[in-house]
Design a protein around this ligand. Structure first.
Ligand code: NAI
Ligand code: MG
Length: 357
């Protein structure tokens, strides 16, 4: 029997609540499956750690993570710590050195859940957004000079490298090729951003030649928001920059019913470093401690983690369990206009996993 070592980083706010729920569900998956076990180590990193130690994780935090098979992450961010410190001090401080350059964000309308788009059902909305996850607008280049003076200047420089764009583009074409429709939309803003985004378009064209069976098109990001809203069925796989895909994936989650449902995988596709799995939402101060956070995004992230570890049957079983539970409106949390608690949903998913044949 295989044992996978998982680093769990619940982080802040509802991150702690949904990761606790996710670990229970993963425990049910492991006990239902005779093939593998999970060895979980929890790391108390995040804003509380920062208040005690002055940094969000220890200096050798990334080195500690390198020994694990995967990382299961909640969210980071607290009302009394600036958001750029928390994001850069933990989430990006893990993704960038572990070269998790491909961020994969599936969106579907799960059974029992209604899209806010009138008449749009599961058959019309089944997307995967591929987000470039290591450079672009979030490369961290830039600075501030003449602080506080009228002459103050701030620069926020986007970095697009041929190597980085080529990697994410090839990853996206491959993913599109693996899906039934073999359809990829490359999103940029290459009319206004005439350097990096034009490079992005040129590389898309080069890589497309390697994938003659993939149909692809280009969209400007602003027009893409319109297409996602008015013509969702025309889309399958999407690839976009770090910033653009960050925004589009929140929109995608909302169109599929709630941000609380949406999962993500931060992948190092070559497997040189562990990959990280997390819900796309943040620490949600407004509902922290109320026991009503929707844990489905964190559970779906666990599905992606199990699939990445090579446990396809366990991943499929957990996804079936999630769908069985979402199909029942009495198990919807308040973000889905229901009255269920995090605990109700967690117990129902565990029971569905254990009862699955
Ligand atoms: P958020 O995603 O935390 O919350 C946005 C809205 O969605 C809130 O009304 C919240 O209650 C709701 N929501 C989010 N997740 C939910 C869930 N699972 N169930 C039910 N409702 C849910 O985004 P916001 O408010 O912009 O950021 C709050 C903090 O989280 C900030 O510090 C921000 O920097 C951080 N953040 C961290 C992320 C991460 O660690 N990956 C991602 C996004 C934000
Ligand atoms: Mg985001």
């Amino acid at each position: 029997m295989k044992t996978y070592s998982i680093a769990a980083i619940p982080g802040d706010g509802i991150g702690k609540e949904v990761v606790a729920a996710g670990l229970r569900v993963l425990g049910a998956c492991a006990s239902r499956d005779a093939n593998f076990q999970l060895s979980i180590e929890e790391f108390p990193w995040g804003s509380d750690f920062y208040k005690q130690h002055g940094h969000l994780m220890p200096e050798d935090g990334v080195d500690q993570l390198k020994n694990f098979d995967a990382i299961y992450f909640g969210a980071v961010g607290a009302p009394d710590v600036p958001d750029h410190l928390t994001l850069w001090g933990l989430r990006l401080a893990i993704c960038q050195p572990l070269d998790q350059y491909a961020n994969v964000r599936p969106t579907r309308i799960l059974p029992g859940i209604e899209s806010p788009l009138r008449g749009v059902t599961a058959k019309d909305l089944d997307w995967v957004i591929v987000r470039e996850n290591s450079e672009g607008e979030y490369a961290g280049q830039g600075g501030r000079s003449h602080r506080g003076l009228a002459e103050e200047v701030a620069t926020e420089v986007s970095i697009f490298t041929r190597a980085g764009v080529t990697c994410i583009m090839r990853f996206a074409f491959k993913l599109a090729q693996s899906r039934p429709r073999k359809l990829l939309t490359v999103v940029t803003k290459s009319n206004a951003q005439r350097h990096g985004m034009v490079l992005w378009d040129e590389i898309a064209k080069e890589i497309a030649a390697e994938f003659p069976d993939v149909t692809w098109d280009k969209m400007l990001v602003d027009a893409m928001t319109v297409r996602m809203t008015l013509n969702p069925g025309s889309i399958d796989t999407i690839v976009a920059t770090n910033l653009h895909a960050d925004i589009l994936s929140d929109l995608a989650a909302a169109l599929a019913g709630s941000i609380g449902i949406a999962p993500t995988a931060n992948l190092n596709p070559e497997g040189r470093f562990p990959s990280m799995f997390e819900p796309i939402h943040g620490s949600a101060f407004d509902i922290t401690g109320k026991g009503i956070a929707n844990p489905i995004g964190t559970f779906w992230s666990a599905v992606m983690m199990l699939a990445h570890l090579g446990e396809a049957a366990a991943a499929a079983r957990l996804m079936r369990a999630i769908e069985r539970v979402t199909a029942n409106p009495s198990l919807h949390t308040p973000d889905l206009r229901g009255t269920a608690t995090t605990q109700d949903v967690t117990e129902a998913v565990c029971a569905a996993v254990l009862g699955d044949n």
